[in-house]
Design a protein around this ligand. Structure first.
Ligand code: SF4
Length: 249
């Protein structure tokens, strides 16, 4: 089974528990204005993106090479992108083999996918690293190109079925760091079955150089990272509402 990837990163420490190998899969149905992974989006391939077509058997063998590190550290494999659910059959083929080898699996996802795909990956996914970006549907569409209803519905479904979830909240100044968005997110998450851990991911400018390398315009050129004080305020807001918060990751 062929699929498209753009990187395999070994010894990752922030993509789930323990030492991890992260498989970066090409393609994303979103178009976030602040995207830090432009090389993951397939339409940039002609501009020099690193995407390559590989066979799932090759990927499985590459991932299994790190088994000893996973066993010693309680780590495993993280599927990221782009959006890994964008290539569901390729992903499921690899996920199944990871579980056959007792390897912990984490799926870094936007959740913007048909429910049938969530059903397909659910039995083989130990941890969902689930992005929540913007709660207001109109703003979500304006900033990412897609509506957020499916994203929120899928998250609720995963919780209702006792999936293990960590929320990833990219903090983008001027786009989603306002009090209203954070309050809406808190209220939505409080209604779910149990309180997830929230990883606060402050915006950084590392993606800018990638845009330059790929010779494409960046709409984030003018964005500055949040101040430490603002990050702390948001962290406090989440904590006083009962959430455990991680910074970065
Ligand atoms: S979901 Fe991630 S990879 Fe996709 S456009 Fe947004 S930031 Fe980029």
């Amino acid at each position: 089974m062929d699929g498209n990837i753009f990187d395999i990163k070994r010894f990752a420490l922030h993509d789930g528990p323990g030492i991890r190998t992260t498989l970066f899969m090409t393609g994303c149905p979103l178009d976030c204005l602040w995207c830090h992974n432009p090389e993951s989006r397939v339409h940039f391939k002609e501009n020099g993106g690193k995407s390559r077509k590989v066979d799932s058997t090759y990927v499985i063998e590459e991932l299994k090479k790190d088994l000893v590190f996973f066993e010693e550290s309680g780590g495993g494999v993280t599927f990221s992108g782009g959006e890994p659910l964008h290539q569901p059959e390729f992903l499921v083929a690899i996920l199944k083999e990871m579980k056959n080898n007792m390897i912990h699996t984490a799926l870094d996802t936007t959740g913007f996918v048909d429910r049938s795909v969530i059903n397909d990956v659910f039995p083989y996914t130990d941890l969902f690293l689930y992005d929540l970006k913007v709660m207001d549907p109109e703003k979500h569409k304006k900033f990412t190109g897609v509506d957020n209803k499916q994203i929120l519905d899928n998250l609720k479904f995963i919780f209702d079925n006792n999936g293990v979830v960590r929320i990833r909240f990219p903090l983008i100044p001027g786009y989603n760091d306002d009090k209203e968005n954070i309050s809406d997110m808190i209220n939505f998450l409080k209604d779910l079955t149990n309180s997830p851990i929230i990883d606060l991911l402050p915006y950084h400018r590392l993606g800018i150089s990638k845009y330059k390398k790929l010779n494409i315009d960046s709409s984030t050129e003018f964005l500055s990272p949040s101040s430490d004080d603002r990050i702390q305020e948001v962290e406090e807001m989440l904590k006083i509402n009962g959430f455990k918060v991680g910074i970065g990751g």
